[in-house]
Design a protein around this ligand. Structure first.
Ligand SMILES: CC(C)(COP(=O)(O)OP(=O)(O)OC[C@H]1O[C@@H](n2cnc3c(N)ncnc32)[C@H](O)[C@@H]1OP(=O)(O)O)[C@@H](O)C(=O)NCCC(=O)NCCS
Length: 202
């Protein structure tokens, strides 16, 4: 069951040099450039369509994509964030599959450009967004699903102390095939002072 209401644009949410905000039309060119420059960095972790009809990210105009993503806010189904570092767009963090009713849950996906990897940017951004989903949307559960081969992404959830629930077999079609995923979750109340405070302290 969807959330059943429009999601408010939270403006800029930040912690130190890292911030997130909802994607805008004016981000289209920067994102297209980053997606093109980072093809080999991102490809093995990217969702694909089982029919083989996937569009290569960065190969087409991002503007229709931005419009589609922003519609998720009005539909109450997702929050398409860009990740900023010192004010520049360096990646994306997508909140999707937002469910209301008896679930109150959502899924997170993310990437950053290789040229800024290893500075804690994604981990900080994920912490900020999880805190927002609990505090502002009142969600109960946030899931992150990661391929067992993705050591860098596994470190993101490990550093934040998310719960490991187990493995979903052949869960998401990634880079041309159905792939197993490890499931990690944050439950509301797991980090009493919030995930951003928890990561900043470490
Ligand atoms: C996974 C990813 C988002 C992590 O982003 P990040 O901003 O680099 O996150 P962090 O700085 O917190 O680093 C996380 C881990 O990445 C690894 N890492 C650091 N620098 C790296 C580099 N230059 N190249 C590859 N991995 C690196 C380290 O294991 C690090 O953990 P550590 O802090 O204990 O050393 C990023 O590597 C990425 O965009 N990868 C490609 C897309 C992807 O995998 N998305 C997630 C799908 S589930």
């Amino acid at each position: 069951m969807p959330l059943g209401r429009e999601i408010e644009d939270p403006g800029v949410l930040s912690s130190g040099r890292v911030a997130v905000r909802i994607i805008r039309w004016s981000d289209a060119d920067a994102l297209r450039r980053l997606l093109t420059e980072n093809r080999s960095w991102l490809q093995q972790w990217e969702a694909t369509h089982p029919s083989g009809r996937s569009v290569v990210p960065g190969s087409v105009s991002m503007r229709p994509m931005v419009r589609t993503l922003r519609r998720q806010l009005r539909a109450g189904s997702g929050m398409p964030f860009v990740i900023l570092y010192d004010g520049s767009v360096v990646g994306q963090l997508s909140v999707s599959e937002i469910s209301g009713g008896a679930l109150q849950s959502s899924q997170l996906g993310y990437w950053v450009s290789q040229h800024v990897a290893g500075r804690g940017i994604t981990t900080t951004a994920v912490a900020i967004v999880i805190d927002h989903l609990f505090a502002a949307l009142g969600l109960h559960r946030v899931e992150v699903c990661i391929r067992p081969e993705n050591a860098a992404s596994l470190r993101v959830v490990e550093k934040l102390g998310l719960r490991h629930e187990g493995r979903r077999a052949s869960y998401i079609h990634i880079d041309g095939a159905w792939r197993d995923h490890e499931v990690f979750v944050a439950l509301r109340g797991d980090a009493s002072a919030g995930y951003a405070a928890r990561f900043a302290r470490d």
